[in-house]
Design a binder for this molecule. Structure first.
Ligand SMILES: *[C@@H]1O[C@H](CO)[C@@H](O)[C@H](O)[C@H]1NC(C)=O
Ligand SMILES: *[C@@H]1O[C@H](CO)[C@@H](O)[C@H](O)[C@H]1NC(C)=O
Ligand SMILES: *[C@@H]1O[C@H](CO)[C@@H](O)[C@H](O)[C@H]1NC(C)=O
Length: 241
Protein backbone atom coordinates (compact mmCIF):
# COMPACT_ATOMS: atom_id res chain seq x y z
CA UNK A 1 0.00 0.00 0.00
CA UNK A 2 2.79 2.37 1.07
CA UNK A 3 4.78 1.47 -2.03
CA UNK A 4 1.80 2.12 -4.25
CA UNK A 5 1.37 5.56 -2.60
CA UNK A 6 5.01 6.45 -3.22
CA UNK A 7 4.70 5.30 -6.78
CA UNK A 8 1.63 7.54 -7.17
CA UNK A 9 3.57 10.52 -5.75
CA UNK A 10 6.41 9.81 -8.12
CA UNK A 11 4.01 9.68 -11.04
CA UNK A 12 2.37 12.90 -9.86
CA UNK A 13 5.73 14.63 -9.92
CA UNK A 14 6.50 13.41 -13.44
CA UNK A 15 3.01 14.45 -14.50
CA UNK A 16 3.48 17.98 -13.15
CA UNK A 17 6.90 18.24 -14.77
CA UNK A 18 5.52 17.11 -18.09
CA UNK A 19 2.63 19.55 -17.92
CA UNK A 20 5.03 22.40 -17.15
CA UNK A 21 7.31 21.31 -19.96
CA UNK A 22 4.51 21.04 -22.49
CA UNK A 23 3.34 24.53 -21.50
CA UNK A 24 6.84 25.92 -22.07
CA UNK A 25 7.72 23.97 -25.15
CA UNK A 26 5.75 25.87 -27.80
CA UNK A 27 7.18 29.16 -26.55
CA UNK A 28 10.78 27.98 -26.62
CA UNK A 29 10.28 26.40 -30.02
CA UNK A 30 8.70 29.52 -31.48
CA UNK A 31 11.62 31.75 -30.41
CA UNK A 32 14.14 29.26 -31.77
CA UNK A 33 12.23 28.74 -34.97
CA UNK A 34 12.05 32.50 -35.61
CA UNK A 35 15.83 32.72 -35.62
CA UNK A 36 15.96 29.57 -37.73
CA UNK A 37 13.37 30.83 -40.19
CA UNK A 38 15.33 34.07 -40.57
CA UNK A 39 18.55 32.07 -41.03
CA UNK A 40 20.12 33.92 -38.10
CA UNK A 41 22.66 32.16 -35.92
CA UNK A 42 23.45 33.25 -32.38
CA UNK A 43 27.18 33.71 -32.00
CA UNK A 44 29.01 34.39 -28.76
CA UNK A 45 27.78 36.96 -26.25
CA UNK A 46 25.07 39.14 -27.71
CA UNK A 47 26.29 38.74 -31.29
CA UNK A 48 24.33 37.29 -34.18
CA UNK A 49 25.32 36.37 -37.71
CA UNK A 50 23.54 35.71 -40.96
CA UNK A 51 25.04 34.28 -44.12
CA UNK A 52 23.55 36.21 -47.02
CA UNK A 53 25.42 34.75 -49.93
CA UNK A 54 27.10 31.49 -50.85
CA UNK A 55 29.79 31.18 -53.50
CA UNK A 56 31.24 33.67 -52.79
CA UNK A 57 30.39 33.27 -49.12
CA UNK A 58 29.37 36.46 -47.36
CA UNK A 59 28.20 37.03 -43.80
CA UNK A 60 26.70 39.89 -41.85
CA UNK A 61 27.22 39.87 -38.10
CA UNK A 62 26.04 42.44 -35.57
CA UNK A 63 26.02 43.17 -31.88
CA UNK A 64 24.17 45.89 -30.00
CA UNK A 65 26.16 47.41 -27.14
CA UNK A 66 24.75 48.96 -23.99
CA UNK A 67 26.20 52.38 -24.93
CA UNK A 68 23.64 52.65 -27.75
CA UNK A 69 25.97 51.62 -30.57
CA UNK A 70 25.57 48.77 -33.01
CA UNK A 71 28.66 46.99 -34.29
CA UNK A 72 28.51 45.38 -37.69
CA UNK A 73 30.83 42.74 -39.00
CA UNK A 74 30.86 42.24 -42.72
CA UNK A 75 32.85 39.24 -43.87
CA UNK A 76 32.98 38.61 -47.62
CA UNK A 77 35.12 36.00 -49.37
CA UNK A 78 36.79 35.77 -52.75
CA UNK A 79 36.70 39.42 -53.77
CA UNK A 80 39.18 41.17 -56.00
CA UNK A 81 40.61 44.66 -55.48
CA UNK A 82 37.80 46.38 -57.36
CA UNK A 83 34.95 44.73 -55.56
CA UNK A 84 32.85 46.01 -52.72
CA UNK A 85 30.50 44.24 -50.37
CA UNK A 86 27.62 46.04 -48.76
CA UNK A 87 24.16 45.94 -47.31
CA UNK A 88 21.26 48.27 -46.75
CA UNK A 89 18.16 48.24 -44.62
CA UNK A 90 14.82 49.94 -44.81
CA UNK A 91 11.65 50.19 -42.80
CA UNK A 92 9.42 50.32 -45.79
CA UNK A 93 8.15 47.26 -47.57
CA UNK A 94 8.85 48.21 -51.14
CA UNK A 95 8.66 45.85 -54.10
CA UNK A 96 11.67 43.57 -54.64
CA UNK A 97 14.56 45.20 -56.47
CA UNK A 98 13.82 48.72 -55.25
CA UNK A 99 15.63 50.53 -52.48
CA UNK A 100 13.56 53.48 -51.43
CA UNK A 101 14.57 55.12 -48.10
CA UNK A 102 17.36 52.62 -47.56
CA UNK A 103 20.38 53.15 -45.34
CA UNK A 104 23.37 51.61 -47.08
CA UNK A 105 26.85 50.63 -45.90
CA UNK A 106 29.44 49.72 -48.45
CA UNK A 107 32.78 48.21 -47.51
CA UNK A 108 35.57 48.58 -50.02
CA UNK A 109 39.25 48.06 -49.39
CA UNK A 110 39.96 49.63 -46.02
CA UNK A 111 36.91 51.81 -45.65
CA UNK A 112 33.18 51.71 -45.11
CA UNK A 113 30.95 54.29 -46.69
CA UNK A 114 27.69 55.54 -45.22
CA UNK A 115 25.27 55.88 -48.13
CA UNK A 116 21.59 56.42 -48.59
CA UNK A 117 19.10 55.66 -51.29
CA UNK A 118 16.15 58.03 -51.39
CA UNK A 119 14.44 56.69 -54.44
CA UNK A 120 13.45 53.29 -55.75
CA UNK A 121 16.06 52.80 -58.42
CA UNK A 122 18.89 55.28 -57.94
CA UNK A 123 22.43 54.31 -56.90
CA UNK A 124 22.81 54.91 -53.17
CA UNK A 125 24.60 58.25 -52.73
CA UNK A 126 27.31 59.07 -50.23
CA UNK A 127 25.76 60.67 -47.11
CA UNK A 128 26.76 64.27 -46.46
CA UNK A 129 27.40 63.19 -42.90
CA UNK A 130 29.33 59.95 -42.41
CA UNK A 131 27.94 58.36 -39.24
CA UNK A 132 30.04 55.26 -39.18
CA UNK A 133 33.45 54.41 -37.75
CA UNK A 134 35.71 51.62 -38.89
CA UNK A 135 37.22 49.66 -36.07
CA UNK A 136 39.02 47.19 -38.27
CA UNK A 137 38.45 47.25 -42.00
CA UNK A 138 40.76 45.38 -44.36
CA UNK A 139 41.06 43.06 -47.31
CA UNK A 140 43.45 40.17 -46.96
CA UNK A 141 43.92 37.54 -49.68
CA UNK A 142 40.58 38.38 -51.24
CA UNK A 143 38.72 38.30 -47.95
CA UNK A 144 37.09 41.58 -47.04
CA UNK A 145 36.52 41.89 -43.33
CA UNK A 146 35.03 45.11 -42.01
CA UNK A 147 34.15 45.68 -38.36
CA UNK A 148 32.47 49.06 -37.94
CA UNK A 149 29.94 50.76 -35.71
CA UNK A 150 27.38 53.53 -35.53
CA UNK A 151 24.85 54.85 -33.04
CA UNK A 152 21.46 53.15 -33.16
CA UNK A 153 20.05 56.60 -33.81
CA UNK A 154 22.60 58.72 -35.62
CA UNK A 155 20.63 61.95 -35.53
CA UNK A 156 20.89 62.17 -39.33
CA UNK A 157 17.17 61.88 -39.98
CA UNK A 158 17.54 62.82 -43.64
CA UNK A 159 20.05 60.18 -44.68
CA UNK A 160 20.08 57.44 -42.08
CA UNK A 161 17.49 54.97 -40.86
CA UNK A 162 17.27 54.68 -37.07
CA UNK A 163 17.59 51.19 -35.68
CA UNK A 164 14.69 50.40 -33.36
CA UNK A 165 12.92 47.27 -32.19
CA UNK A 166 11.37 46.15 -35.48
CA UNK A 167 12.11 43.91 -38.42
CA UNK A 168 13.97 45.53 -41.31
CA UNK A 169 14.19 44.28 -44.82
CA UNK A 170 17.91 44.03 -45.49
CA UNK A 171 19.25 44.11 -49.02
CA UNK A 172 22.84 43.38 -49.90
CA UNK A 173 25.17 43.61 -52.85
CA UNK A 174 28.56 42.47 -54.01
CA UNK A 175 29.82 44.41 -57.00
CA UNK A 176 32.49 46.58 -58.51
CA UNK A 177 33.68 50.11 -57.68
CA UNK A 178 34.85 51.96 -60.78
CA UNK A 179 36.34 55.46 -60.63
CA UNK A 180 35.02 55.84 -57.10
CA UNK A 181 31.53 54.95 -58.21
CA UNK A 182 29.55 52.00 -57.04
CA UNK A 183 28.50 50.28 -60.21
CA UNK A 184 25.89 47.69 -60.99
CA UNK A 185 26.08 44.73 -58.72
CA UNK A 186 26.11 41.19 -60.03
CA UNK A 187 25.10 39.69 -56.71
CA UNK A 188 22.05 41.20 -55.10
CA UNK A 189 18.59 40.01 -54.03
CA UNK A 190 16.04 39.95 -56.84
CA UNK A 191 13.13 38.20 -55.19
CA UNK A 192 11.54 38.93 -51.81
CA UNK A 193 12.82 35.59 -50.51
CA UNK A 194 16.44 36.57 -51.23
CA UNK A 195 16.44 39.54 -48.87
CA UNK A 196 17.42 39.22 -45.25
CA UNK A 197 14.86 40.05 -42.60
CA UNK A 198 16.36 41.14 -39.33
CA UNK A 199 15.26 42.70 -36.08
CA UNK A 200 18.74 43.89 -35.05
CA UNK A 201 17.72 44.70 -31.48
CA UNK A 202 15.71 41.55 -30.83
CA UNK A 203 16.70 38.91 -33.41
CA UNK A 204 14.40 36.35 -31.73
CA UNK A 205 11.48 38.66 -32.54
CA UNK A 206 12.34 38.84 -36.26
CA UNK A 207 9.17 38.61 -38.29
CA UNK A 208 9.48 36.81 -41.60
CA UNK A 209 7.05 37.88 -44.30
CA UNK A 210 4.31 35.36 -45.09
CA UNK A 211 5.16 34.97 -48.78
CA UNK A 212 8.56 33.45 -47.98
CA UNK A 213 8.39 30.05 -49.69
CA UNK A 214 11.88 28.91 -48.61
CA UNK A 215 11.44 29.77 -45.00
CA UNK A 216 7.84 28.62 -44.80
CA UNK A 217 9.16 25.13 -45.36
CA UNK A 218 11.53 25.33 -42.40
CA UNK A 219 8.93 27.13 -40.26
CA UNK A 220 6.45 24.38 -41.15
CA UNK A 221 9.11 21.83 -40.25
CA UNK A 222 9.64 23.49 -36.87
CA UNK A 223 5.90 23.65 -36.29
CA UNK A 224 5.57 19.97 -37.13
CA UNK A 225 8.37 19.13 -34.72
CA UNK A 226 6.73 21.21 -31.99
CA UNK A 227 3.36 19.56 -32.61
CA UNK A 228 4.91 16.09 -32.55
CA UNK A 229 6.65 16.92 -29.28
CA UNK A 230 3.47 18.33 -27.73
CA UNK A 231 1.51 15.26 -28.88
CA UNK A 232 4.23 13.06 -27.42
CA UNK A 233 3.92 14.85 -24.10
CA UNK A 234 0.14 14.72 -24.23
CA UNK A 235 0.32 10.97 -24.85
CA UNK A 236 2.74 10.54 -21.96
CA UNK A 237 0.48 12.61 -19.70
CA UNK A 238 -2.53 10.56 -20.82
CA UNK A 239 -0.70 7.34 -19.98
CA UNK A 240 0.29 8.67 -16.57
CA UNK A 241 -3.11 9.97 -15.54
C1 LIG B 1 8.60 53.32 -55.20
O1 LIG B 1 7.83 52.37 -55.93
C2 LIG B 1 6.56 52.09 -55.35
C3 LIG B 1 5.87 51.00 -56.15
O2 LIG B 1 6.27 51.00 -57.48
C4 LIG B 1 5.73 53.37 -55.28
O3 LIG B 1 4.49 53.09 -54.66
C5 LIG B 1 6.47 54.43 -54.49
O4 LIG B 1 5.75 55.64 -54.50
C6 LIG B 1 7.86 54.65 -55.07
N1 LIG B 1 8.59 55.57 -54.23
C7 LIG B 1 9.30 56.59 -54.72
C8 LIG B 1 9.97 57.46 -53.70
O5 LIG B 1 9.44 56.79 -55.91
C1 LIG C 1 27.34 58.66 -31.33
O1 LIG C 1 26.75 59.84 -30.78
C2 LIG C 1 27.61 60.62 -29.97
C3 LIG C 1 26.82 61.79 -29.44
O2 LIG C 1 25.61 61.38 -28.92
C4 LIG C 1 28.79 61.11 -30.80
O3 LIG C 1 29.69 61.83 -29.98
C5 LIG C 1 29.50 59.92 -31.40
O4 LIG C 1 30.52 60.36 -32.26
C6 LIG C 1 28.54 59.05 -32.21
N1 LIG C 1 29.23 57.86 -32.66
C7 LIG C 1 29.38 57.56 -33.95
C8 LIG C 1 30.06 56.26 -34.23
O5 LIG C 1 28.98 58.30 -34.85
C1 LIG D 1 10.48 44.36 -28.93
O1 LIG D 1 9.23 44.07 -29.52
C2 LIG D 1 8.67 42.82 -29.12
C3 LIG D 1 7.38 42.56 -29.87
O2 LIG D 1 7.07 43.52 -30.78
C4 LIG D 1 8.45 42.82 -27.63
O3 LIG D 1 7.97 41.56 -27.23
C5 LIG D 1 9.75 43.13 -26.91
O4 LIG D 1 9.50 43.25 -25.53
C6 LIG D 1 10.35 44.42 -27.43
N1 LIG D 1 11.64 44.60 -26.81
C7 LIG D 1 12.05 45.78 -26.34
C8 LIG D 1 13.43 45.80 -25.76
O5 LIG D 1 11.38 46.79 -26.40
Amino acid sequence: MLEANQAMHGLGFVRTACLLLSAWLPEITSLKSRLEAAGIVKAEGNAFVKQFHTNPDAFLGWEVHSDGTIWFDLDCMDLDELQYCGFGFSETDQPAGTHHDTDVYIAHRRQVEDRYSASNWSTPRLDQHQDVSCDHCAVLDGRLHATFFRNLSTGDVAQDVSIVNRTYRVSWAIGVVRDGRVSAHNFTPRAESEYMYINFLEPEATEMPKFEVHHEVSAAGALQMALTAVLGFALLCELLS
